[in-house]
Write a protein that binds this ligand. Structure first.
Ligand code: ATP
Ligand code: MG
Length: 334
């Protein structure tokens, strides 16, 4: 209970403080306004009496004294209202700015927390399953077919672990635009083909249609490029039915090389199409999501495309699913 009182929702405290400052300022402005009016009226009454003693036959309201005192009162009234208005305007502006920064920080903290939870799970489950497979293999004499299955499942788990670790390392590296990225000329067709074949081998239920034009070259970091293709293909599989068809194509024209990964999966709503590239961003919330992940994959893809001056777009596939289209200039100046 005490802990709850001493660690209240920061947003509520923030609004409470803001409301207090606003109410406090409005109250003081009102008091000042009212006091000014009273002082004006009293001054006019006193001056009127003094004036009539000196000039009994003249109307005080037409005198220069009345005009001067009234003008001063008007100025003061305007000053109180004007300064109060400016203060409240600046206060609101400040509120909006602080709220924006605050929400961003809270969102980042939440995402980092989710990231830690998901990463723990992502590391633990393949490790546990590889350990179990190895223990089974070492303790029992299994027939060739069973051993083969255990080994191939373990290899899939190790692939998952490898791509997870690569993503984390890569995200840290790519965030700071490190000069560690090479731009050696590499055969991107070969890399894409190898990755597609590996996925097709590991995920038998998935049909991968590849339309990879041979011998296309780009001056990019080979590990970075592999990571981009792996992330896109992995997503296409992960966010689709267990048995589905995905298509990976690599093509070119005079000036650019295009990498297109299309799936028939759950698709991405228009409102999410930009957000999915955010670091740690995952669509939906932790309780309703069925898939596991860190939200780093598309962040890496987007940063890679930016570093190599490429372009990326997401469109809807027909009848369902998404199409990720990347293009890189043939002559790449990093
Ligand atoms: P990981 O870091 O393990 O890749 P992730 O797949 O959740 O985790 P991203 O690859 O960055 O992270 O994708 C971000 C989000 O975008 C996903 O959580 C998913 O909601 C959505 N998304 C990405 N690719 C697709 C796709 N092909 N179809 C539908 N939704 C997708
Ligand atoms: Mg992913």
């Amino acid at each position: 209970m005490l802990r709850k009182i001493f660690s209240p929702d920061p947003f509520k405290v923030f609004y409470l403080v803001f409301t207090y400052i606003l109410a406090f300022s409005l109250w003081w402005a009102y008091l000042l306004y009212a006091k000014n009016e009273t002082a004006y009226k009293e001054k006019i009454e006193l001056n009127r009496i003094a004036y009539h003693q000196l000039h009994p036959a003249t109307d005080y309201d037409a005198s220069t004294d009345f005009i001067t005192v009234s003008a001063k009162y008007s100025r003061q009234r305007f000053m109180i209202l004007g300064e109060g208005g400016v203060f409240i305007f600046l206060l609101l502006l400040g509120l909006l700015a602080v709220r924006r920064v605050f929400s961003k920080e809270m969102q980042l903290a939440r995402q980092q927390h989710n990231f830690l939870l998901s990463i723990t799970h992502e590391l633990r489950s393949p490790l546990a399953s590889v350990k179990l497979s190895l223990q089974t293999l070492s303790l029992r004499k299994l027939d060739a077919e069973k051993s083969e299955r255990l080994i191939s499942n373990s290899l899939i788990d190790i692939d998952r672990l490898e791509s997870l670790v690569n993503n984390i390392l890569f995200a840290a590296k790519i965030e700071h635009d490190e000069p560690g990225f090479s731009n050696e000329e590499i055969n991107v067709s070969e890399i894409t083909q190898l990755i597609v074949e590996r996925f097709a081998r590991n995920k038998k239920a998935i049909q991968v249609i590849d339309k990879v034009k041979p011998d296309l070259y780009l001056n990019v970091d080979p590990i970075g490029f592999s990571s981009v293709v792996i992330n896109l293909v992995e997503n296409a599989i992960k966010y689709s039915e267990a048995s589905t068809t995905i298509s990976v194509s690599l093509a070119d024209d005079n000036s650019r090389v295009y990498l297109i990964v299309a799936d028939n999966g759950i698709g991405i709503a228009d409102a999410e199409k930009e957000r999915v590239f955010g670091k740690f961003y995952r669509v939906g919330n932790e309780n309703t999501r069925k898939t596991k992940g860190t939200g780093l994959g598309l962040y890496i893809v987007k940063r890679f495309v930016e570093i190599y001056k490429g372009e990326i777009s997401i469109t809807d596939n027909k009848p369902a699913g998404s199409v990720f289209k990347l293009s890189f200039p043939r002559i790449l100046a990093k």
